[in-house]
Design a protein around this ligand. Structure first.
Ligand SMILES: *[C@@H]1O[C@H](CO)[C@@H](O)[C@H](O)[C@H]1NC(C)=O
Ligand SMILES: *[C@@H]1O[C@H](CO)[C@@H](O)[C@H](O)[C@H]1NC(C)=O
Ligand SMILES: *[C@@H]1O[C@H](CO)[C@@H](O)[C@H](O)[C@H]1NC(C)=O
Length: 357
């Protein structure tokens, strides 16, 4: 008698437990979509904090794509920085007030600036004074003209007859369009004023590549038109250069100087960033992180590496900028800023108020 009751109770217990368990099973597994959606939501909400960790230099293996798509549970997301750069750029491109400073036709001049690696479907827009020689070497190796970066003779890097690095302008109209639409596209920028200082030093002061036309033809033309004090007989000064660049009518001299202006015209004029949908914009100031990221995003990080960056050279140096602009009138600096405002805004560089006020 006592045993029968116990047996009955045990049966009820088993049935009850089974019902609870089946309820639990349907709750957790019947709706896998709901489950993953929740995970994704959690993932999205945690990303902004993760993105604030610029000191993380080693990107996890799984982050090979620029799309920002990741599996739940993967590591923090360094590419957020790059997505934010693209979003800022798109927003500035839409800003009507900046239209003249942010837009440029995709002209032959722009197509001449873009180098092609067909084998790995990469386009690289050249922006001088931001380590472009190194990127060209990377692409030359990828294209197969030389087996390694160390083996490329220095004079061949810029010799486009011999380096096996075609310009986008050398393709047919259809070929250009196809590559623009489907290839991985990138370029590198740096603070616009620091870039101008670097160009001035490199072309007019040191001139390490022995390009005499900068000092013998271009500098005298700038001095003739823009020098304020005509009793001053020294060679070209940074002030002369600033006055030339800030002149709204600079174009007639630009035409005279030809291709050499690539060292100081805006990034907008070089690469047409509002017309061409670039995949990544690298910053010289964070090149130590950006270079490996670009190689990963382009899917070539196992084939080449970016040459070693000498320590300290990528850091923005405010003291240097102040030093170069010392004694130049506020009016001339404001005009210079007005010309380069598009570059400052598109790429997120702060307006240099310490020079303007
Ligand atoms: C932009 O350029 C056009 C033609 O060059 C000019 O007519 C217009 O006034 C400019 N707009 C601004 C906002 O500067
Ligand atoms: C013009 O340049 C000369 C030569 O360097 C200098 O002596 C003179 O003070 C300068 N004048 C002005 C107004 O800066
Ligand atoms: C910044 O530039 C100044 C002047 O050119 C130079 O003396 C200084 O060493 C530079 N600082 C750094 C950190 O490179």
């Amino acid at each position: 008698m006592h045993h029968q009751w116990l047996l009955l109770a045990a049966c009820f217990w088993v049935i009850f437990m089974f019902m609870v368990a089946s309820k639990f099973i349907t709750l957790t597994f019947k709706d896998p979509d709901g489950y993953s959606a929740k995970q994704e939501f959690l993932f999205l909400t945690t990303v902004p904090e993760a993105g604030k960790l610029p000191e993380e230099k080693q990107f996890p293996e799984e982050l090979q794509q620029v799309t920002g798509q990741m599996l739940p549970g993967s590591r923090p997301d360094p590419p957020l920085v790059y997505l934010e750069r693209l979003e800022l750029m798109r927003n500035v491109c839409r800003d009507e007030a900046l239209k003249n400073l942010s837009h440029a036709a995709v002209s032959k001049f722009v197509l001449d600036r873009i180098f092609v690696c067909d084998k790995h479907k990469i386009l690289f827009c050249q922006t001088p004074k931001v380590g472009n020689t190194q990127w060209k070497k990377v692409l030359i190796v990828l294209n197969g003209a030389f087996p390694s970066i160390e083996e490329i003779p220095e004079h061949v890097v810029h010799d486009h007859e011999k380096n096996g690095l075609p310009r986008l302008s050398s393709y047919s109209r259809v070929g250009i369009q196809k590559r623009l639409n489907t290839y991985f596209k990138f370029f590198i920028v740096r603070d616009p004023f620091e870039r101008l200082i670097s160009a001035f030093k490199d072309k007019f002061v040191h001139n390490p590549r022995f390009e005499p036309w900068y000092r013998h033809d271009i500098a005298p033309s700038i001095i003739r038109k823009y020098r304020r004090n005509h009793t001053e007989t020294r060679g070209i000064q940074f002030e002369d250069f600033v006055r030339y660049l800030g002149d709204p009518h600079h174009r007639w001299l630009d035409l005279q100087f030809g291709e050499h202006i690539i060292h100081w015209v805006t990034y907008v004029e070089l690469c047409a960033p509002c017309e061409i949908k670039y995949s990544v914009i690298g910053h010289h100031e964070t090149l130590e992180e950006d270079a490996p990221y670009i190689l990963r995003a382009a899917g070539i990080d196992r084939l080449v590496s970016y040459p070693t960056i000498p320590p300290g050279i990528t850091v923005y140096n405010k003291t240097k900028v102040e030093h170069y602009f010392l004694g130049i009138s506020k009016r001339d600096i404001r005009r210079l800023y007005a010309r380069f405002e598009g570059d400052f805004k598109l790429f997120g560089y702060q307006k240099p108020d310490f020079l303007l006020n």
